[in-house]
Design a protein around this ligand. Structure first.
Ligand code: ADE
Length: 275
């Protein structure tokens, strides 16, 4: 996959791209990422990329012509149809489904916006406008990195273990089950589990769940499924609407939901008792 990132802050994206899984994929040539400085596509001596907004108001607005020139240059180097993505808080919220769709494209171009704004005509050359969440960043660079990372790890050959990518949180609409590694027991002082308790600084021993040490693979598989469904129900019930569950997971979900409504009814009965 080829990726071009057009930005006024090349240094902000270069360093993160050199590290980790994406960095290794670039080194191996599985990914070809070019960071393009928007100022290289200006024609004036001062390399100006922004201007005051028509109609007045505070802040500066990114000019359209450097973006258009950058896109023209990328067009001439393209390795297939271009998918031009603008990162902006006004875009569609980015999800794993978008990452999957984009991972099948040969050539992505990410245009990094800026919080003060950009000339609206830039949108004419954009295929996707993406927001990474309902908050405002000072520029689109971090959002572009998020998109590149989420997409790149779905490109075959980027992550060593394809199985682990397929089993990711969100790829089926379930959160991950909890993972543990050695040691089997560890002392722990403070922390979220102890917050607010009278013994906030008391030491506790945190144990790995017995089932994971049992060597019983069928039991472990069942426990993990239950944990994944229970976590999703507790933390992100909204995901369950679109989740792809097998029969066992559906059964677990029904049991957990029945358990919850039984708990609720008990609670209501207790409250009525007090009335
Ligand atoms: N630029 C500024 N805020 C952003 C956001 N939330 N997502 C994508 N790009 C942005």
């Amino acid at each position: 996959m080829t990726v071009d990132i057009v930005t006024i802050f090349p240094a902000m994206v270069q360093a993160p791209l050199a590290a980790g899984i994406v960095g290794r994929a670039i080194e191996r040539g599985t990914l070809d990422v070019k960071v393009r400085d928007l100022r290289d596509f200006t024609t004036d001596r001062h390399r100006v990329v922004d201007d005051v907004p028509y109609g007045g108001g505070p802040g500066m607005v990114l000019k359209p012509d450097p973006f258009f020139r950058a896109l023209d240059a990328i067009e001439t180097d393209r390795v297939g149809p271009l998918t031009v993505i603008l990162t902006s808080p006004q875009g569609k919220r980015f999800t794993q489904v978008d990452a999957q769709r984009l991972s099948g494209q040969p050539h992505l171009v990410l245009l990094c916006g800026r919080y003060e704004g950009f000339d609206d005509r830039i949108r004419q050359r954009v295929t996707d406008e993406i927001s990474i969440g309902d908050y405002v960043l000072s520029g689109g660079e971090l959002a572009a990195l998020v998109v590149v990372d989420a997409v790149a790890r779905l490109v075959p050959g980027v992550v060593g273990d394809e199985q682990s990518v397929a089993e990711d949180s969100f790829s089926r609409g379930l959160l991950d089950f909890p993972q543990f590694t050695r040691p089997p027991e560890i002392a722990c002082r403070g922390g979220a589990g102890n917050a607010g308790s009278a013994t906030a600084s008391a030491e506790r021993v945190l144990k790995v769940p017995d089932v994971l040490l049992s060597g019983n693979h069928a039991e472990i598989r069942r426990w993990r499924k239950r944990q994944a469904v229970a976590r999703t129900l507790e933390r992100r019930p909204d995901l369950l609407d679109g989740a792809v569950l097998d029969e066992e997971e559906k059964q677990i979900l029904r049991e957990l939901q029945d358990g919850r409504s039984a708990e609720l009814q008990k609670g209501q009965a207790r409250n009525h008792g007090r009335d």
